[in-house]
Structure formats: C-alpha cells, structure tokens
Design a protein. Structure first.
Length: 300
C-alpha cells in the first residue's frame, strides 16, 4: 500500500488554480446527455418517487490523493441545484481507505442518477493525482519537477492536468497553441535542427517559449549554437543526461523524457535535469476506487 507524505509539495497550493466553471459545466452537460439519452434514468425513475429525499457519503476505498471535488459537486448540482454538497477534505490531500471525502443531501432521484457521472470524473482525477504523487515522492530531495504531457483523454485535458497539479506535479504546455515544441519529425521534415529553430523563431511571437527535442549530444551541441528556451532530452540514460546537463550549464531549461518509470525516475532526477515529463501520469493512471453510499431515505 503506497504511503504518502502528510503534506503535499510546497508548490501545490499555489498551482491549484480552479478549472473555469464554463469548462466544468460543458463537460457535465455532455456527460449527462450521453448517459440519459432520450429516456432518462429508467431504473431510478421507476423505483424512486420524485419527492423522496436522501443523503449520501463519498468514501475512499483505497489510499490515494484527492482531485476533483468541484467536478463531483457540479454533477450533483446539475440535477438538483438545491442539493447540499459538503467536502470533508481538500484537493491535493492524501487519503486512506474509509476516509469520507464528501457528504450530500438532496433529491433522491438526482443523487442516484448523478452518482456514476460524479464518480467517473472524481475517481479518474484522484487516480491521476495519486500516481503523480508517487512520482513526486520518488524524486523528493532532488531539484527535478514532475510534469505531464499532451497524452490526455480528448475533452478531459483540463481535468487531467488539474489532477496532476493536485498530485504535486506541474503542467507542460496546455496544447499546440501556447508554446512551440519542435519534435524529431519536425526536425526531419525541416531539414535539421538549425532550420527548424530559425523557422520557429521567425513565426513565434515574443511571448511564446520555444523548446526542441534532441536524441543525441551532437544535436544538443547544435541547439546550444542556436539557443532556445528549453531542450527536451529524449530517451537518454542517466549518465548521458548528466553530461547533457553539464553542457547546458544552466543556459536552457532541461527536460528528460522517455523510459521514465517509478523504478527509473530517481536516477533520472539525480542527473540534474530540471523537469521530467511522464505521459503515463494521464494515459495510464488507474482510477482510484471511491464509492457513494446512500445512508438515509425519507419522504417529504
């Protein structure tokens, strides 16, 4: 069973800017349109009377890290705006099996119909935060920061990247629109490192950062002759990464990527790189096991 530090990394609170409400509302609306279709909740509507009231608790069944309380709340409020939703923890907090994460009270039909949508988002986000925290703990004491990638579920990027922040990680670029990242295929088609950098610098505005991926130390030397903001050191061993860091000598931000696992991340961090990007944070995190239990049912 993983053991998490009692407190999240120091930078986490500052990084937890909330997901904008319009993004949450749009996602929740689409989720219910998919789930309810043209006929609504056949099971709940047949069994539960419209006037019935219920209370419930969301509890952790596995250890982990919390992420997504606001999204879970939005799901219940979508069907019953008057429902009370009381968090018993905070995003970014470590949890143990049996911990109560939130309590709800409101219309019984709304509570049951919203259950799966709320838990789908909440469990997915808690799982990402939990895996991220495992990586963050693995490099604790080094200067390296754990960051995510664009390997996210289409339509859920804002939620998954927020969950990474809850776990103590940091976000790479949000999308193709907010930074330049020159990858190996860009270099191949452009005709080389120099050509790709010059073309990118010509197009990018003065506020746009430029990063370039390199596979070898020779490519790194070429980048250093045409400086950019950051260099992605792809699939290099810790020894080669250490040499790359030595050559950069603080002139660029260094990012290690490729071949990163919980078994290898510490050695990678000890090479001296600034960032370690890990696609698995969002594409391979298991959903955290959490559940909703209705404890009271009354007629009003």
């Amino acid at each position: 069973m993983p053991q998490f530090h009692d407190r999240e990394p120091a930078h986490t609170h500052a990084a937890l800017a909330p997901i904008p409400k319009p993004i949450i509302d749009q996602a929740i609306s689409s989720a219910f349109a998919e789930d309810l279709g043209l006929a609504g909740d056949l099971t709940t509507d047949a069994i539960i009377k419209p006037e019935w009231h219920a209370t419930g608790t969301i509890a952790a069944r596995k250890p982990g890290v919390v992420a997504g309380l606001a999204i879970a709340e939005a799901a219940f409020h979508y069907l019953d705006p008057a429902m009370t939703f009381t968090p018993r923890t905070t995003d970014g907090a470590p949890i143990r099996p049996g911990d109560i994460l939130a309590e709800m009270s409101g219309n019984a039909r709304a509570l049951l119909t919203a259950e799966r949508t709320a838990l789908n988002y909440f469990g997915r986000m808690c799982g990402i935060a939990t895996l991220t925290r495992m990586y963050v703990d693995a490099v604790r004491g080094t200067a390296a920061h754990i960051i995510d990638t664009r390997k996210t579920t289409p339509g859920l990027r804002a939620f998954e990247k927020y969950a990474v922040r809850c776990g103590g990680g940091m976000n790479h670029r949000t999308g193709l629109f907010d930074a330049v990242l020159i990858k190996d295929n860009h270099i191949a088609i452009a005709g080389g490192v120099r050509q790709a950098i010059i073309a990118a610098r010509t197009r990018a505005g003065h506020m746009v950062k430029i990063e370039i991926e390199v596979d070898t130390l020779d490519q790194l030397d070429e980048v250093l002759a045409h400086p950019v903001d950051a260099v992605l050191l792809d699939n290099m061993t810790p020894d080669v990464l250490a040499e790359a860091v030595r050559r950069v000598n603080g002139r660029l931000i260094t990012e290690a990527s490729g071949g990163v696992s919980l078994e290898t991340v510490r050695a990678i961090a000890e090479s001296g790189v600034d960032l370690i990007s890990i696609g698995a944070l969002t594409h391979s995190a298991p959903v955290l096991d959490i559940g909703l239990d209705c404890s009271v049912q009354t007629s009003r």
